[in-house]
Design a protein around this ligand. Structure first.
Ligand SMILES: [Zn+2]
Length: 475
């Protein structure tokens, strides 16, 4: 135990060396200076940050108008010209970029003359049940990786820390991804434990693994971390090496936070990301999440298009400063957040805060043999078929069966269907009957929300999911 609390100098050196090497291979440079730049911008006063962002946005709007057919058309359709732009508030005249826009107009978002083969294609299964594909130059990916490292710094994670990530499965992963996974675990000390499903055996095995490797950092979906914490308490196990716990991808609910605190003896850091990009994170104050405004513009706007004020809820729109090849301007992440009052934070970071992220509540599908499948993992199945599936929803009436509701997209065929059912079967096991139903559109709730999971399974048959609110609600 003492060994876990002391830092192994060889491992620290190895991690630093491995990071530098991987930075040079991937980006042709070290990312240390980028992280340092972010660290500095995090302490700028709000006025300075706003001026810096305004300059970046002005240049991006001009570029998009001149070189990107989609934005030229869009700006003209609302009578907007880049010369009209003087303040960030002027952005409200430009409609947000939606997932539907990307699905229908992805080709027109490429800037003229861009060498497409240089761009990295990313796909996300979508927290709102709408898979999306996007394109990034390596310069933007470098800033994303730097943002992740800056976020880790904020949480108190140090190079050389042994980390465990209780996360989803990489469905249809490329060999490069698999190789990187090996590199992460063998060299960087970052171990992935999959939570596509969690039953009692797996939970106990994972607790043993975390103890064996003396992990200092453990993180993952709140729904999975909650099951892990519950099992620890049930069997009376403590994990004293763990000093930092973080959660991501779903809303961390108070009952989950409490259970994690009880089992691990530390306060969880709630973080909020989109795909693999960190958007906001709690700091040591655990009083709201700082929005990572230092590498992009993040707006929180109400339905009427105006900025949400403190205490108000709005949708999150992201504008990237580092992707001029396939620019996304005011991209709607599909999540809702509540804005915090302005003012300094005890951690010293000046970035604005949101008090909570709404709309990504974790839930589970269950199987007759006791498996509990986290929804955040199920969304990953749809990343590789982002073009073929426009929208989806899981419907479960009893543990013995699951209906996958799909809105077919471009090129949807029996291969797509087999891929999806095979993935879901690998999660829920053979004892659960899986059927697919294609439909024109996914029905929404009376409040207009599209649910990722509709479960009619009685509460007592899935007690681990019990909490103050039920169901997965996505705006
Ligand atoms: Zn803070």
């Amino acid at each position: 135990m003492l060994g876990a609390r002391m830092r192994d100098p060889i491992r620290v050196l190895k991690t630093r060396w491995a990071r530098t090497l991987s930075d040079w291979v991937r980006f042709g440079r070290s990312l240390g200076p980028l992280v340092a730049e972010l660290r500095e911008r995090d302490t700028w006063d709000p006025e300075r940050l706003r001026t810096w962002q305004t300059d970046r946005v002005r240049a991006l709007l001009r570029h998009a108008y001149d070189n990107v057919p989609f934005y030229r058309r869009r700006f003209e359709s609302v009578g907007f010209h880049p010369d009209d732009f003087s303040d960030l508030a002027d952005l409200s005249r430009i409609p947000p970029l939606t997932k539907k826009d990307i699905r229908e107009c992805a080709e027109e978002i490429f800037a003229r003359g861009v060498e497409r083969w240089r761009l990295k294609k990313g796909r996300t299964g979508g927290s709102t049940g709408e898979p999306t594909a996007f394109y990034r130059p390596s310069s933007e990916v470098a800033w994303h990786v730097a943002s992740i490292r800056r976020c880790e710094e904020m949480l108190g994670i140090r190079p050389g820390d042994v980390m465990v990530r209780v996360g989803g499965v990489a469905y249809a992963a490329t060999w490069q991804k698999r190789l990187y996974g090996l590199w992460e675990s063998r060299v960087l000390g970052v171990h992935g434990l999959t939570c596509d499903y969690l039953d009692d055996d797996r939970l106990i095995k994972y607790i043993d693994t975390i103890a064996d490797i003396e992990a200092r950092v453990v993180g993952g979906y709140p729904s999975a971390m909650y099951l892990l914490a519950t099992k620890m308490l049930e069997i009376g196990r403590r994990l004293p090496s763990v000093q930092i716990v973080w959660t991501s991808s779903e809303m961390l609910q108070p009952f989950q936070r409490e259970r994690i605190r009880e089992a691990f003896g530390v306060e969880a850091f709630d973080t909020y990301g989109a795909g693999d990009v960190p958007v906001a994170s709690e700091c040591a104050a655990h009083n709201g999440l700082h929005l990572f405004q230092s590498a992009r513009l993040i707006e929180v706007v109400k339905e009427d298009g105006t900025s949400a004020r403190p205490g108000e809820v709005g949708q999150v729109l992201v504008t990237s400063f580092y992707n001029w090849d396939w620019p996304y301007i005011r991209y709607d992440l599909g999540d809702l957040v509540e804005v915090s009052p302005p003012g300094p934070c005890v951690c010293g970071i000046r970035l604005p805060k949101v008090s909570r992220v709404l709309g990504r509540t974790g839930d589970y599908l269950v199987s007759p043999d006791g498996r509990r499948a986290t929804v955040a993992n199920l969304t990953l199945i749809f990343g590789p078929v982002a073009r073929q599936v426009r929208a989806y929803q899981f419907f479960q009436e009893d543990p013995a069966s699951v209906e996958i509701r799909l809105v077919p997209g471009y090129g949807y065929d029996s291969t797509t269907e087999t891929f999806i059912t095979d993935c879901v079967r690998s999660v829920l096991g053979e004892a659960c009957r899986i059927t697919v139903r294609t439909m024109q559109d996914i029905p929404t709730t009376p409040a207009g929300k599209r649910l990722l999971v509709v479960s009619k399974v009685p509460q007592q048959d899935r007690p681990e999911a019990s909490g103050p609110s039920r169901g997965v609600s996505c705006p």
